[in-house]
Design a protein around this ligand. Structure first.
Ligand code: NAD
Ligand code: TDX
Length: 359
């Protein structure tokens, strides 16, 4: 049984990882600030579990982090905590600098300061895994090769710039101090418990409420989708067998245009929750584009597959249907996250965008 310090374990991907590790028997210390996207409702099944220790706090709080390290002596730190939404980063880049850059630097320094005084054997086996994104590589054109570990960084949004900066600091702690880091750069995740500011849950819930489905620009931008559980199995393999100091690109080999994704969600809903008012795809509206909208992301994950034997278990079509089903079956979770703050966000991000019926 390993002891893991997980940051951001009440968020979408972090909670999936925490649930998987508890099911596997690891002890988890879960440090999360519970920002708007952190949600204890994601961890309901762990209520009363003595081996899931939840601590509400900030990764930048060096005293708290030091206390957790000294008290629980984790075998690894998995760093998920971040501001994660590109549209929010366009409206408030400062929050992304504070958490993703300064917060990550503070966390790194706290963990490094504790690690350097451990006994040699513990120093050798300890790992700091930094969970990052494919967005740090910028945008691809239709015929470009997919991103790989060798691709040069070229972040275009304040979000991706802040994640790129954090990746560089993690790398620098390895190169400068020999700190045992691992970095993963993953493509777009989907699955249960994703906060409905992101495309797939936003469109699912808007459709059920017969609200417009906002597609940025012409809907031709491309993302490479991966089920969140497949991301988490990849992270565990990297943690257990990844080479220290290395980066691993993770992706689903499932490139789809945004319009294809939205239409697939609509088709699943037509079947699972048919509406008397007509097919859900009638609700699609093409709205003012995201500034600096990256055209295409795609990941070449052959290093991960070859070196660590990873394979995704979900196909996009089957995983998306399961995800839509999850949102239909978990209305209480949905109602809890659709708070006043969430409605305010929808106003801030969508009210000023021009809407068209065709692209
Ligand atoms: P999320 O927004 O759902 O969750 C982020 C979590 O971090 C929340 O629980 C939040 O409360 C917590 N948090 C934020 N600031 C904090 C702070 N200062 N201290 C402690 N906790 C804090 O995000 P997600 O989609 O689960 O993403 C998790 C990580 O994975 C992020 O680092 C993100 O960059 C990365 N990533 C996400 C995707 C994706 O498609 N969602 C893809 C690749 C990589
Ligand atoms: O209302 C919308 N309409 C729309 O067309 C929203 C919210 C999004 N989009 C488009 C923008 C993107 O091309 O859909 C695509 C997906 O958008 P998001 O769900 O916001 O994800 P993206 O910007 O691609 O970033 C995500 O993947 C990489 C995560 O939010 C990041 O945390 C992760 O690093």
């Amino acid at each position: 049984m390993a002891t893991l310090l997980v940051t951001g374990g009440a968020g979408f991907i972090g909670s999936c990882y925490v649930l998987a590790r508890r099911a596997a028997g690891d002890r988890v210390i879960n440090l999360d600030k519970l920002t708007y996207s952190g949600n204890m409702g994601n961890l309901l099944s762990l209520k009363g579990d003595a081996d899931h220790i939840f601590v509400r706090g900030d990764i930048g709080n060096a005293e708290l982090v030091r206390h957790l390290l000294e008290t629980y002596a984790p075998d690894a730190v998995l760093h998920f905590a971040a501001e994660s939404h590109v549209d929010r980063s366009i409206l408030d880049p400062g929050a992304f600098v504070r958490t993703n850059v300064l917060g990550t630097c503070a966390l790194l320094h706290s963990v490094y300061g504790w690690w350097k005084d451990l006994a040699e054997e513990r120093r050798q086996t300890f790992r700091f895994l930094h969970v990052s994104t494919d967005e740090v590589f910028g945008a691809l054109r239709p015929d470009d090769d997919a991103f790989s570990e060798e691709t040069a960084y070229a972040p275009n949004s304040p979000y991706s710039a802040s994640k790129a900066a954090s990746d560089h600091f993690v790398r620098a702690y390895h190169e400068t101090y020999g700190f045992p880091t691992l970095i993963t750069n993953c493509s777009n995740n989907y699955g249960p418990r994703q906060f409905p500011e992101k495309l797939i849950p936003l469109v699912t819930l808007n459709a059920l409420a017969r609200k417009p489905l906002p597609v940025y620009g012409t809907g031709s931008n491309i993302r490479d989708w991966l089920h969140v559980e497949d991301h988490c199995t990849a992270l565990q393999l990297v943690l257990e067998a990844g080479r220290v100091g290395q980066t691993y690109a993770i992706g689903g080999r499932s490139e789809r245009t945004n319009l294809e994704v939205v239409r697939t969600v609509c088709a699943a809903l037509d079947e699972m929750a048919p509406s008397r008012e007509g097919p859900y795809a009638e609700l699609v509206r093409f709205v003012t584009d995201r500034p600096g909208h990256d055209f295409r992301y795609a990941i070449d994950c052959s290093k991960l597959c070859r070196e660590l034997g990873w394979q995704p278990a979900h196909t996009f079509e089957e995983g998306l249907r399961e995800t839509v089903r999850w949102y239909l079956d978990n209305r209480e979770w949905v109602e809890n996250v659709q708070s006043g703050d969430y409605r305010k966000w929808l106003d801030v991000n969508y009210a000023g965008r021009v809407q068209r019926v065709s692209a």
